[in-house]
Design a binder for this molecule. Structure first.
Ligand SMILES: *Cc1c(COP(=O)(O)O)cnc(C)c1O
Length: 425
């Protein structure tokens, strides 16, 4: 018996049958894992090249005070993101509080009264509904309050963008067409880079002045190209997901065309000041080190998601996406079927965490949700979803959303402990 196997069985009381299932799944996934390793190796060198090109040095990890004019660390960090994402300019800041903030700055920076925006991947991420004004109180200052109109084009049955319906929706007032790359918390697949590129070409052929925007949250380093390399004009994401590599303490980024970044920077600070001001509070080192680690971290999380999918599929559960399916985000959904299994699996995940492993998660009435929700996470960075977590609402068909893991081994022990906790149910 291998050292690890003996340890898991003898010290952690893991059922040997679970370990057999895990080994079987790993064996079946060998080919897919190799392809993933190729992508992450490529992305590792791509990040390295961006750091080298910008001559990163010790001085870039320092920070200044007051207005923050001429901060070399801030400037180099933003240029590295722009180079890496193959675009003109980027804003990368710890003062962007989350992904929603980055996306909101992008929309509000670019759209003007009378403009129309279209989401062509169905309903946007929950938190954006109030920003757009689909939900919330009139007078809150949403885009709707400012006279920006909104249209939504649903995805087709197979999860692809309905280009013909999009053509119908576009009018002379259409200023922006937005895409969400990740599936988020829906039972659908994510958009591939090729599909994003195709949609951009399609829209530009109708009206080249339309701004193509991508919500890139969870999508970074899933492929060898990012949306801005295939025609997207501007995109935004969170640093406590993929690109922060688990090390960034907070923050968000916006990357794209210079003329658009200028407008967004005017929304971030003030008109006229833009991105010339703003402190980094000593965060450039963790942001850049996190970016450096990110391809490997994303690789581990992805392999963990695939392992989870494969083991559950082998056991007869419905999973989305399928274990070998092409992925454009790091979320794995599994239909567990009963509340007991959902709760047990999440408790197993929690017990595998490096932080708060002694806590027992229970279903609770989370504000804004109709059903009780259970959430397991034991993260070094609060709310970081590149770290291992599992959650789901307590309603039929009891889907668990499994994601993250800073290393493959950690994601794997999460699956093992989740299965162990479900034993006998
Ligand atoms: C996480 C996420 C966001 C933003 O969420 P925050 O919690 O504000 O960082 C937006 N869109 C998608 C698809 C996401 O996954």
């Amino acid at each position: 018996m291998k050292t690890t196997e003996r340890y898991l069985i003898e010290e952690l009381n893991i059922d040997p049958e679970i370990l057999e299932r895990i080994s079987e799944a790993e064996e079946q996934l060998k080919g897919v894992f190799e392809a993933l390793d190729d992508k992450s190796e490529y992305n590792q060198y791509k990040v390295l090249a961006a750091l080298q090109k910008n001559r990163v040095s010790d001085m870039h990890f320092a920070w200044n005070t007051g207005y923050g004019y001429n901060d070399p660390g801030r400037e180099v960090t933003e240029q590295i993101f722009a180079d890496l994402f193959g675009c003109e300019e980027a804003i990368v800041r710890p003062i962007i509080v989350n992904g929603t903030h980055a996306l909101s700055l992008t929309l509000t920076g670019i759209l003007r009264p009378g403009d129309e925006m279209i989401y062509c991947t169905g309903k946007p991420y929950d938190t954006l509904e109030q920003v757009i004004g689909i939900k919330g109180q009139p007078g809150d200052g949403s885009l709707a309050d400012y006279g920006v109109t909104y249209k939504q084009v649903e995805l087709k049955e197979d999860g692809s963008i309905d280009l013909e319906a999009l053509r119908e929706a576009i009018t002379p007032n259409t200023k922006m067409v937005c895409m969400q790359r990740a599936a988020g918390y829906g039972w659908r697949r994510s958009l591939t880079i090729d599909e994003i590129g195709e949609c951009c070409r399609f829209v530009k052929s109708i009206d080249p002045s339309i701004v193509m925007m991508a919500d890139n949250c969870y999508g970074e380093f899933l492929d060898t190209k990012e949306p801005t390399e295939v025609g997207v004009d501007i995109m935004a994401g969170s640093l406590i997901k993929n690109p922060g590599g688990g090390l960034a303490l907070t923050g968000g980024y916006i990357a794209g065309r210079s003329d658009l970044i200028r407008l967004v920077s005017y929304r971030l600070t003030t008109v006229g000041i833009g991105k010339e001001c703003g402190l980094t509070f000593g965060q450039t080192r963790t942001m850049l080190q996190g970016l450096f680690m990110a391809p490997k971290v994303v690789n581990g999380a992805l392999k963990g998601a695939m392992l989870c999918a494969k083991v559950f599929e082998n056991m007869g559960y419905e999973v989305c996406p399928g274990p070998e399916e092409e992925r454009s985000d790091i979320i794995q959904c599994v239909k567990l079927g009963t509340a007991e299994k959902l709760i047990a699996f999440c408790q197993g995940i929690q017990s595998a965490a490096p932080v708060d492993s002694f806590v027992t998660p229970l279903p609770w009435d989370m504000p804004g949700y109709d059903d009780q929700v259970i959430m397991a996470a034991g993260a070094f960075v609060q709310g970081s979803s590149i770290e291992l977590s599992a959650d789901g609402p307590l309603r039929e068909p009891y889907i668990v959303y499994f994601q993250g893991g800073l290393t493959y081994e950690y994601s794997k022990i999460g699956v093992i402990k989740g299965l162990q906790a479900m034993k006998g149910l």
